[in-house]
Design a protein around this ligand. Structure first.
Ligand code: HEM
Length: 489
């Protein structure tokens, strides 16, 4: 066979194979009433269009066009699998509430490769439940009040006090510094600024670049570098573990601080490998998300001077009352009085959509609103869709913290009634049995950061930047801000 005949033969064989594949797939689901949609190219499907970056305060062109053409529930082929995409809050709630019954968490294999097979994000069933109990214990309400609260304030001040008058820097990096330091302290009692903490932070940055890059394990790729960083981070955590275990064997009851590592060693039967993946995944879950949320608040607020004014009023009142009573550190009661701040936090999470969609798969054939979702299909609940739906949130692109007040009043003079989060389209932390274990900590971090930021700084965006969804949310320029100190007391 000549070269040209060989090429022709290969092309026809591949085409025939693809046609047979499509035929079998079509036949297989001919009895199902699938939602409308486009399966795109074989294997690749519509993945590239779906993942194309777009402004984080929108649903993006791909999603918008698909919803207009097919409705809020449509079929596609994404991440190499036949998929049902849901921008329908009702179906999204149904999916999340029925975890383990009709649906199951199903992140792409590459995520498991990098976060580890024991990571909470990829585990399902009993093992997920056991890990979840540990994370809930670590982040319980009681622990938040007794341990984390004062640390959150301490780490906030550490970052804010390093800001120089009239200086310009990346707000995104500063927010990351804050949440990383806090997590490193609470997971492994590591202190900010120390050589080992800075080393770990450096490895972690490389690691993160791989989590969000194409999973190509080839020389020179970000994914390959991230796998290497993963090994270094795990080695580091393992050393810490061995150190703690040595102290434990030596009978030193107080062998370390009350951090997650100690808790797991004392109270769980997890293997070393499981502990390593748990710690890495908590570091990831607790650091990346809340830092983006803080950066988003810093980004949205200068565009809404009335909200800044109302925040100032709220925090000045709290700070003045403290001064009068001679208290210095914030207390839980002070936090509970930050009602308008909670509105700002909700609105930031609604409009910024830190986590835009989740990965699930159907583990049974499911019938919903006349459509079938076949067992084994990937299912993507797009939680951002409910947040940006004009039928549910008036002028959804508008940053309007007052929409969260139960009395619906607007502006700084309004009497801030209690804050409503009852809108069940509002799901920034997911829902059901996998609801974010760190949601309360995340809101606490945001509130305390905002308290000290508002009281001590005026800031402006130094170089136009905006949040992009890749689909992970990021400011391409790092959100450069210029700050001036002020004292409002
Ligand atoms: C604004 C900040 C945050 C947002 C928007 C957020 C969002 C989410 C979402 C949507 C999920 C569900 C994932 C799924 O169902 O597949 C989740 C899970 C999780 N988050 Fe968060 N999160 C935030 C902060 C935190 C923090 C500070 C921690 C603390 C360590 C944390 C720990 C976790 C854990 C452990 C899970 C897994 C829960 C499980 O599988 O049972 N998150 N988060």
């Amino acid at each position: 066979m000549s070269d040209s005949e060989l090429i022709l033969f290969s092309i026809s064989s591949i085409t025939a194979f693809l046609l047979i594949f499509i035929f079998i797939k079509t036949k297989q689901y001919s009895n199902f009433n699938l939602p409308p949609g486009n399966m795109g190219w074989p294997f690749l499907g519509e993945t590239l269009g779906y993942l194309k970056p777009y402004s984080a305060t929108t649903l993006g062109k791909f999603m918008q066009e698909h919803i207009e053409r097919y409705g809020k529930i449509y079929k596609s082929n994404l991440f190499g699998e036949p998929t049902i995409v849901s921008a329908d809050p009702g179906l999204n709630r149904f999916i999340l509430q029925n975890e383990g019954k009709f649906f199951e968490c199903s992140y792409p294999r590459s995520i498991g490769g990098i976060l580890g097979k024991w990571s909470m994000l990829v585990l399902v069933g009993d093992m997920h439940r056991d890990m979840r109990v540990i994370s809930l214990n670590f982040l319980s309400h009681a622990r938040l009040r007794t341990h984390l609260f004062s640390e959150v304030e301490k780490h906030t001040l550490l970052v804010l006090n390093s800001w120089k008058e009239n200086s310009t820097f990346s707000a995104q990096d500063e927010a990351k510094k804050f949440t990383f330091n806090l997590m490193a302290k609470h997971i492994m009692s590591m202190d900010p600024g120390k050589h080992e903490t800075e080393q770990l932070k450096k490895e972690y940055v490389t690691f993160m670049k791989g989590v969000i890059s194409p999973p190509l394990n080839l020389p020179g790729t970000a994914y390959r570098r991230a796998l290497k960083s993963r090994s270094s981070i795990l080695k580091f955590i393992e050393c810490k573990m061995e150190e703690r275990m040595r102290k434990m064997i030596e009978g030193n009851e107080n062998f370390g601080e009350e951090d997650l590592l100690n808790w797991v060693l004392k109270h769980s039967n997890l293997t070393t490998e499981q502990i390593l993946d748990l710690i890495l995944s908590l570091l990831f879950a607790g650091h990346e998300t809340s830092s983006v949320a803080i950066a988003l608040a810093i980004y949205f607020l200068p565009g809404c001077p009335l909200a800044i004014q109302e925040l100032q009023d709220e925090h000045i009142e709290i700070a003045r009352a403290k001064k009068k009573s001679g208290e210095i550190e914030l207390t839980w009661d002070d936090y509970k009085r930050m009602e308008f701040t909670q509105c700002v936090i909700n609105e930031t999470l609604r409009l910024g959509n830190v986590v835009r969609f989740l990965h699930r798969k159907a583990i049974k054939d499911v019938h919903f609103q006349g459509y079938d979702i076949p067992c084994g299909w990937k299912v993507l609940p797009v939680i951002a869709a409910g947040h940006l739906d004009p039928l549910r949130f008036d002028q959804p692109q508008h940053f309007d913290p007052w929409r969260w007040q139960t009395n619906g009043s607007r502006g700084p003079s309004s009497n801030c009634a209690s804050v409503t989060t009852n809108d069940n389209n509002f799901m920034p932390f997911g829902g059901g049995p996998r609801l974010c274990s760190g949601s309360e900590l995340a809101k606490l971090e945001m509130a305390i950061f905002i308290h000290h930021l508002i009281l001590n700084f005026h800031w402006e965006i130094a170089d136009a930047d905006q949040a992009f969804a890749h689909p992970y949310v990021e400011f391409p320029k790092g959100l450069p801000i210029r700050v001036q100190r002020h004292s409002l007391l």
